[in-house]
Design a protein around this ligand. Structure first.
Ligand SMILES: NC(=O)c1ccc[n+]([C@@H]2O[C@H](COP(=O)([O-])OP(=O)(O)OC[C@H]3O[C@@H](n4cnc5c(N)ncnc54)[C@H](OP(=O)(O)O)[C@@H]3O)[C@@H](O)[C@H]2O)c1
Length: 259
């Protein structure tokens, strides 16, 4: 299947899931500074999404915010229709970059007591949603486009309570390599970024707001502090750029050197 690059707009267009806060928000704003327009999603924080749209405008680009529950695959067909509407507002029919970033809080789940309900809930958002949203959006991605999936350093660094979350992110890392192979004929590069502990609202804001946790992370990090969204979002925006066009099928850890 060949989809020619969009002739209507000269600006690149990205879709970023979970762009209303944290790493996703920073990715949207970093892309805007690089002149990339974005369709991004929020789940429940519509007010934050409005603030991101304004910030993107201030940076000289355009953004459209769409509501999405990344864990509800039954809603994806309707979401794709919303994406087509948003693309039309941006003067396009296709987009160039997909960032699968959305993720939600979950409790630390010891393997022995994790329930089927908790497993399904984490799987739906962090793996099943990524798999099928990418599949549904594929016809709208321009040939030569790029996909970045967001994983975690916790697929390498094993700590108690992370079996469910870490396994889902591990699955995303394997999926990344399969996508890179299968989408190669369309010149679509697919990589996975694995952030270390980053100061966001994630998991109740524990990395940012719990001094003991923050200190522990800083002490284990070669560069001596916990990560902030600007450490990761910028890197993702850079990875999507032409500068990194030959980087494909890679897992890239962004931790400041967490050992
Ligand atoms: N922070 C870390 O330490 C860390 C480390 C490694 C990997 N990660 C990964 O990085 C990604 C972003 O995390 P973050 O730290 O930036 O988190 P965050 O600050 O809590 O932001 C999460 C984003 O995802 C959206 N979201 C949450 N649940 C959703 C759902 N069910 N459907 C659709 N969107 C949903 C949120 O939308 P609303 O604003 O509308 O709620 C928000 O935009 C996640 O995949 C996470 O696993 C984070």
């Amino acid at each position: 299947m060949t989809i020619e690059a969009d002739a209507v707009t000269s600006k690149k267009i990205a879709i970023v899931t979970g762009g209303s806060r944290g790493i996703g928000r920073n990715t949207v704003e970093s892309l805007a500074r690089r002149g990339v327009n974005t369709i991004f999603t929020y789940h429940t924080h519509g007010t934050d999404a409005e603030a991101v749209v304004s910030a993107v405008k201030d940076a000289g680009a355009e953004a459209v915010a769409l509501q999405l529950d990344a864990g509800n695959v039954a809603s994806f067909d309707a979401f794709v229709e919303n994406v087509k509407g948003a693309l039309s507002r941006l003067g396009a029919t296709h987009f160039d970059y997909l960032v699968n970033n959305a993720g939600n809080n979950h409790r630390n789940m010891p393997f022995e007591t994790a329930t089927v309900e908790e497993f399904d809930s984490v799987c739906n958002v962090h793996f099943k949603g990524v798999f099928f949203l990418t599949q549904k959006l594929l016809p709208l991605i321009n040939d030569g486009g790029r996909i970045v999936n967001v994983s975690t350093a916790r697929t390498r660094l094993i700590s108690p309570g992370g079996a469910v979350y870490g396994s889902m992110k591990g699955a995303v890392e394997v999926l990344t390599r399969y996508l890179a192979k299968e989408l190669g004929p369309r010149r679509i590069a697919v990589n996975v970024v694995a952030p270390g502990a980053t100061e966001t609202d994630f998991s109740g804001g524990i990395v940012r707001d719990n001094p003991a946790m923050n200190k522990r992370v800083a002490e284990g990090t070669a560069l001596g502090r916990a990560g902030v969204p600007d450490d990761v979002g910028r890197m993702i925006a850079s990875l999507l750029s032409e500068d990194n066009r030959w980087v494909n099928a890679e897992r890239i850890e962004v931790t400041g050197g967490y050992v």
